[in-house]
Design a binder for this molecule. Structure first.
Ligand code: FAD
Length: 315
């Protein structure tokens, strides 16, 4: 493993992989992907449902199949991948600090692409009182536990928030014979797509309630129920449940670049972002197309900078 690369890509999801592959196709020599998980693929590795790839690969596939297709491309390419490695920081002199089981290393890059995806808004972003028992999961974490870990996360489920992740998880639980009491949404529109509303809720008879939110969590040890408020009537009622899944929206994971942002919000010319780290996308196909553009832009930047000898050596 070298300690200097032309391009370091942080995050080995579909954005990072596609960006890295495109950069190599555009002539960049040394490209490294750093991924904190054990394998490349990102969030797709836990998406066992179909609905991916129509625009990008011209066929409908599951998320895991899409990820497998990208891993195959990486295998046949010059892109280097370092998994099980977490990037802790990026400094102004283009040093990337990475931690893994071998310890902490400082790698130098001429350009960096941030492709770290997004994360879910936590329950603490709402004003919810009560206890903090077990049995409360964010939808993405629940999906990972169900699809990758094979865990039983409980029955009698309330889903708070109607984002796509919540809808997909509600279906996943219904398919496993679990009772999904309902999906409760604070707004008066469904946060997820019409397709997911039909396929994940209507098909399984799962009710969707608008203008509702949880105001209190009950239970010692395990959750025993929630206080649900009807925002139109102001009425509150107790709903017994054994599991609460929250799907409150996604936020780009870009803390690594925030210290490097200029006052106007722009980034240094050597630092690029793509995928859900740039803005949350509805489809992975849109992520892949955008990442191709980002990989090409990074390659163009490197070509121009190297031609003009703007990098005599790594700083
Ligand atoms: C439940 C769910 C259902 C979806 N359904 C569909 C669908 O039906 N059809 C569709 O087209 N799209 C769907 N999407 C959307 C699509 O999957 C995402 O938009 C896409 O996967 C985002 O790709 P990404 O590479 O930007 O992020 P991610 O896939 O999240 O990859 C980011 C990667 O960065 C890594 N990382 C983060 N921080 C660091 C760090 N500091 N150091 C090292 N590595 C780091 C993470 O481990 C991760 O592997 C769905 C998404 C979800 C969550």
């Amino acid at each position: 493993m070298r300690d200097a690369y032309d391009l370091i890509v942080i995050g080995g999801g579909p954005a990072g992989i596609t960006g890295a592959l495109t950069a190599v196709e555009c002539g960049v020599e040394d490209v490294l992907i750093i991924e904190r998980g054990d394998r490349l693929g990102g969030i797709l590795n836990q998406c066992t449902h179909s609905g991916f790839g129509m625009a990008y690969f011209g066929e409908e596939m599951t998320g895991t199949e899409f990820a497998g297709r990208l891993r195959e491309r990486i295998k046949g390419s010059k892109v280097e991948a370092m998994t099980g490695s977490m990037v802790l920081g990026i400094s102004e002199d283009r040093t990337v600090i990475v931690s893994n089981e071998s310890g902490c290393a400082r790698l130098h890059a001429r350009a960096v692409i941030l492709a770290t995806g997004c994360r879910e808004r936590p329950l603490s972003s709402l004003q919810v009182t009560g206890t903090r028992p077990s049995g409360v999961f964010e939808a993405g974490a629940a999906q990972k536990m169900l699809n990758l870990g094979g865990y039983d996360i409980g029955d009698d489920i309330v889903v708070l928030g109607s984002g796509d992740v919540g809808l997909v998880v509600a279906r996943c639980l219904a398919q496993r014979g679990r009772r999904v009491i309902g999906v409760f949404e604070i707004r008066d529109i469904c946060g997820g797509s019409d397709k997911n509303r039909t396929e994940c809720l209507d098909f399984y008879g799962i009710p969707l309630y608008f203008r509702h939110t949880v105001t209190r969590i009950h239970g010692d040890g395990r959750i025993s129920g929630v206080t649900m408020k009807d925002l139109d009537s102001g009425e509150e009622r107790f709903i017994p449940c054994k599991t609460l899944i929250t799907s409150l929206g996604l936020v780009p994971e870009r803390e690594l670049v925030e210290p490097l942002e200029y006052e106007n919000g722009s980034l240094p010319e050597w630092l690029f972002t793509c995928g859900d780290a740039r803005t949350v996308h509805d489809t992975v196909d849109a992520v892949a197309f955008e990442a191709e553009e980002t990989g090409a832009a990074a390659a163009e930047f490197l070509r121009e900078a190297l031609t003009n000898e703007r990098f005599y050596s790594f700083q």
